[in-house]
Design a binder for this molecule. Structure first.
Ligand code: SF4
Length: 163
């Protein structure tokens, strides 16, 4: 559950287990938290650990990595997901989990923070869920949705253009 870089977790586990009233689940959670705070886990291990917690999915894990830990993750929230779909970066009807697998690795690490923040702002002001303001959007010439499907990429029904 804790991924490949969990030797420190195992070490911490040995310390916290006796302090956890014999509750192995609590001990593992505590050990994972301590390893997170210590910065000992790599991104994949942090992600795996966070997603093992109840109610934590790829978006929340990526937000923790990016905003709380300063790691180069790319959270795909509702704005990023919607804009990426409209631009043709991912096919329509891509699930949030699949969008993370498809899109995040393709974004260069050094622009992930800025791109995420810019896309959230763009989604709130121009590329809104209802009535997007395509008529005044600077991305229109690059956008499959805003250009009415004229831009190469994905058709609006999610199929790759020309197939
Ligand atoms: S052109 Fe329209 S759909 Fe495309 S990014 Fe801009 S606001 Fe969104």
């Amino acid at each position: 559950m804790l991924g490949p870089d969990s030797s420190l977790v195992a070490l911490i586990l040995g310390v916290v287990l006796p302090l956890s009233a014999g509750d192995p689940q609590r001990a593992v959670a505590l050990a994972g938290m301590l390893a997170l705070v210590s910065g000992a886990l790599d991104d994949a291990a942090v992600e795996a650990y966070l997603e093992s917690l109840p109610g934590v999915g790829p978006k929340t894990a990526a937000c923790v990595l990016l905003f709380a830990m300063g790691r180069a993750a790319f959270p795909i929230d509702t704005h990023v997901h919607r804009i990426a779909t409209r631009l043709g970066w991912i096919p329509a009807n891509t699930t949030a989990e699949k969008a993370h697998r498809l899109l995040a690795p393709r974004v260069p690490p050094d622009i992930r923070y800025d791109l995420h923040v810019a896309m959230v702002a763009h989604g709130r002001t121009f590329c809104r869920a209802q009535r997007p303001r395509c008529d005044v959007c600077v991305l229109r010439d690059l956008c499959a949705y805003g250009s009415g499907g004229r831009v190469a990429g994905w058709e609006l029904d999610g199929r790759p253009a020309g197939r």
